[in-house]
Structure formats: structure tokens, C-alpha cells
Design a protein around this ligand. Structure first.
Ligand code: PGA
Length: 256
């Protein structure tokens, strides 16, 4: 288990302007340095990365929200892992449900993971079922995502990957979304570690950070981190208001 909690803000397609991105990033950075037990990251839209990379620091680092599955060449509109890495970007969110919704397959996501690793960055692989069912088929849905996304990834690279469990039904942008509980997360965290353990080894599985994501706010964060045992959080909506994101960082920092 990692010592520092990893708290990643996923800004999605926000904020509206570079000026606002810069000022929000700066506000968070100003206070994030006081949280010694936390690693704070903002995953910003591509177009803001060059400017934010000038502001990023040891206390607030940078992530991207997507990456090309190709290395370089004639791929109009794509952005390579090498380009992203050159902007002091440490993390790349891969396989988010909002991108899977656009048609990204596990095989495609797997190629993105390999590109990200090859560029020295950390992939944050998102997995999560669309629905919970009585028959517990949601467990096998997540298993398939993990196995297919990690297929062909070198076994010694697995410990460099972060897994974010985000049940689609709990994400704030999902229509009629409902809250996941720390117990929902805890069950899945144990299950994900078991899958990783079968895939590589128990000790490697133990070293992989497993985050929770889905409508995290300043009220429920502590539950996922303590009762749920999360190694960190992937925070969407609540990361858009610096004050709220800073509260979440502070909460995570105080957990022993
Ligand atoms: P949310 O988003 O916190 O707004 O639910 C999380 C995510 O989709 O990464």
C-alpha cells in the first residue's frame, strides 16, 4: 500500500478559459503544500497543459485525461504520450467511462496504457460497471475490463499502474446517479487486488494503488478513504472549486 494518499482532480472539459485554469490551479497549489501525506494531481484538458506545466510543482502535479494509442505520425487530432510527457505530466487517465462511451474498447485502452508506460508516465486505469445486479455480474464485468486492459502489459510494469474504480452509476454526470458506499468500494477493492494477484503476484498486487471515484465530495471522502480503505480518490465535479478540492486534500492528509 502506498504511504501518501493520491488525490487526482479530473477537470474533464473544464474550466472554460485558460485564465480560469491558471487561477484555479494556482489557488490549489498555494495551499496544497501543507498536506505532506497527500500527493495532489490535477488532470487538465490538453490545451491547458503547456501553461499549467509551468506552474506545476512537487506539491501539485499534472495529469492528462487521454492519450493516443499510437506513437507518432499521420493521426490527425491525436496527442502522443511523448508529447504529454514533455510537459512535465506525470499521470494519464485512461479508459474513463466517458471515453468508453465514445467507443473505446479494452484492447484500445490497453494500447494506451503501454504507450503511457513507455513514456515514463503513470497510467490511471479506470474500471467500473454500469449497473449493480443481484447476480453479482458486475464483478465479472470489472474482471474482464482489468484482464483485457492489462493484457500484454509487462508483469514488472503492473506496479506502476494506478487503478481507479469508478462505478458508472455513481458518477455525478450519470443521469439518476446514486451514491456508492464505502462498503461497495471495499468489496471491489479486495476483488481488484485478487485479480491483480492472480495476474502477477500477491506482493505486486499489494503495491498497486486503488482509488475510488464517483461523486466524491468533502462529506463522503473520509468514508471511502478510511472505511473503504482507498489509496486515494479520483474527483470530478468537486475538483472544479478549489476550496472544495482543498478541503478533500486536507481530509486525506489527516488520515493516519
Ligand atoms: P464525479 O466524476 O466526481 O463528478 O462523479 C468522477 C469522474 O468521472 O472521474
Amino acid at each position: 500500500m502506498r504511504k501518501k494518499k493520491l488525490i487526482i482532480g479530473n477537470w474533464k472539459m473544464n474550466p472554460k478559459t485558460l485564465a480560469l485554469a491558471r487561477s484555479n490551479f494556482t489557488s490549489i497549489k498555494k495551499e496544497s503544500g501543507t498536506n505532506k501525506n497527500v500527493e495532489a494531481v490535477i488532470a487538465a484538458p490538453f490545451v491547458y497543459l503547456p501553461e499549467l506545466s509551468k506552474l506545476s510543482s512537487a506539491t501539485l502535479s499534472l495529469g492528462a485525461q487521454n492519450v493516443s494509442a499510437e506513437k507518432e505520425g499521420a493521426f490527425t487530432g491525436e496527442i502522443s504520450a511523448g508529447m504529454i510527457a514533455s510537459l512535465k505530466t506525470k499521470y494519464v487517465i485512461i479508459g474513463h467511462s466517458e471515453r468508453r462511451e465514445l467507443g473505446e474498447s479494452n484492447e484500445f485502452i490497453s494500447r494506451k496504457i503501454k504507450m503511457t508506460l513507455a513514456s515514463g508516465m503513470t497510467p490511471v486505469l479506470c474500471v467500473g460497471e454500469r449497473e449493480r445486479d443481484q447476480g453479482m455480474w458486475y464483478l465479472s464485468a470489472v474482471k474482464t475490463q482489468l484482464e483485457e486492459c492489462l493484457a500484454g502489459v509487462a508483469k514488472n510494469a503492473i506496479s506502476k499502474i494506478v487503478i481507479a474504480y469508478e462505478p458508472v452509476w455513481a458518477i455525478s454526470s450519470t443521469q439518476n446517479h446514486r451514491d456508492a458506499s464505502p462498503e461497495d468500494f471495499q468489496e471491489m477493492r479486495i476483488y481488484i487486488r485478487k485479480i491483480l494477484s492472480d495476474f502477477v503476484s500477491a506482493s505486486v498486487a499489494e503495491s498497486v494503488a486503488i482509488l475510488y471515484g464517483g461523486s466524491v465530495d468533502e462529506k463522503n471522502a473520509v468514508g471511502f478513504l478510511v472505511a473503504g480503505g482507498a489509496d486515494g480518490l479520483l474527483v470530478g465535479k468537486s475538483s472544479l472549486t478549489p476550496k472544495i478540492f482543498l478541503k478533500i486534500l486536507k481530509i486525506a492528509n489527516e488520515i493516519k
